[in-house]
Design a protein around this ligand. Structure first.
Ligand SMILES: [Zn+2]
Ligand SMILES: [Zn+2]
Length: 368
């Protein structure tokens, strides 16, 4: 092959982390560079967070909600990057814009999109979980329907620090600000202090709540304290987690809001049982293959105490302005949750290790 043919081939291909089979190590491979749809863009990736959702999908969890990755899929759903290519019908973006992309892509036309709830679009397409919408553990990735789905970032933000805005930080923000009613002085318990849980601790603190962080890792609880938790509970050191949470609240009444930021049966039940009368359970965590989406709950006490069980999924694009204005005022800082940066080669092992719960905060890939 001539030198120029070599260079041409190089220009047409790029490096990406490619899914093989459930629980088989992913591989860094050369794949075709993406082209934009007429209504889409292609983004050159600067940073992409590694999320526990990647681990779930890699495990083969979630086929009961219709997510089953196929060989060749490129993962990665917490991206920040620079717009490189723009489809002919795109109006709001041009080459060189720095953007982030929320993981739940919408069509912009269904009744939920029209109601401002694009995150639960009737035709929602998750970024980096289906083969026709590859993700961002790659030099470049395409985004469909860009005018509805892509967020322009404020000038001067660090791509690594805002990588969590595509999923975990935004999910915690939307849940606490728009799905439940956190008011200053409320007691908020957060069960599970992974990336989304720590984000919830930080955001609830910024909203003026008193925060109780619950986990089994000392390191994560220490980090939660740094981020504003007023009390921490190590589940390995207490007999009854809900009682321990209640014990931290005035007159042991329980939490006004309790967040299940993990999604296993134990944290879900603990979260509901930590609630005060009239309290709200914010369910952010999705379950594992143990539960397959089913968790038994104390329904009678939910009825008699008028507790609420509220689901929350990502964040619609128009709410990002709220995060940006709180960042500008110095009230919140998504960068505080980011724990380390890694290269594309380290992504497969990092995803595989999410099942061990050893990672504190959000690891971000920034070398492609
Ligand atoms: Zn995620
Ligand atoms: Zn829609």
């Amino acid at each position: 092959m001539s030198k120029s043919a070599d260079a041409e081939q190089e220009a047409e291909s790029m490096r990406a982390v490619v899914f093989q089979e459930p629980q088989e190590p992913m591989e860094v491979e050369e794949v075709d560079r993406p082209e934009p749809d007429p209504d889409g863009i292609v983004v050159e990736t600067e940073a992409c967070g590694v999320c526990r959702s990647d681990w779930h999908a890699w495990q083969g969890d979630w086929d009961w909600v219709g997510v089953m990755p196929t060989p060749g899929l490129i993962f990665g759903h917490e991206p920040v990057g620079i717009v490189k290519d723009v489809g002919e019908d795109v109006e709001n973006f041009s080459e060189g814009d720095r953007v982030c992309v929320p993981f739940n892509l919408s069509d912009g036309t269904c009744r939920f999109c029209k109601q401002g709830r694009a995150n639960i679009c009737e035709r929602v397409i998750p970024l980096g979980f289906v083969s026709f919408q590859p993700g961002a553990f790659a030099e470049e990735f395409p985004v469909r329907n860009a005018d509805h789905n892509v967020i322009k970032l404020p000038d001067g933000v660090d791509p690594v620090e805002v990588a969590g805005l595509g999923c975990r930080f935004a999910t915690a923000f939307h849940g606490l600000v728009h799905r439940v009613d956190v008011t200053a002085g409320d007691w908020v318990a957060v069960h599970g202090c992974g990336g989304v849980g720590l984000s919830a601790v930080h955001i609830a603190d910024a909203l003026g709540a008193n925060v109780i962080a619950v986990d089994l890792s000392e390191d994560k609880l220490e980090k939660a304290e740094e981020l504003g938790a007023d009390a921490t509970i190590d589940v390995t050191e207490v007999q009854d987690v809900p009682q321990a949470v209640k014990g931290e609240t005035p007159k042991s009444r329980g939490a006004d809001i309790s967040v299940d930021a993990l999604g296993i049966a134990e944290t879900c039940r603990n979260s509901v049982n930590s609630l005060a009368k009239g309290g709200q359970n914010l369910q952010i965590g999705l379950t594992t293959s143990e539960e397959e989406g089913e968790v038994s709950l104390p329904v009678d006490s939910i009825v008699m105490d008028e507790r609420e069980f509220i689901g929350s999924f990502g964040m619609p694009p128009h709410e990002y302005e709220e995060i940006f204005s709180m960042m500008e005022q110095g009230k919140i800082d998504p960068g505080k949750i980011v724990s380390k940066t890694i290269s594309l080669e380290e992504v497969p092992d990092t995803i595989a290790s999410m099942g061990d719960f050893d990672t504190v905060g959000i690891p971000v890939c920034n070398e492609f």
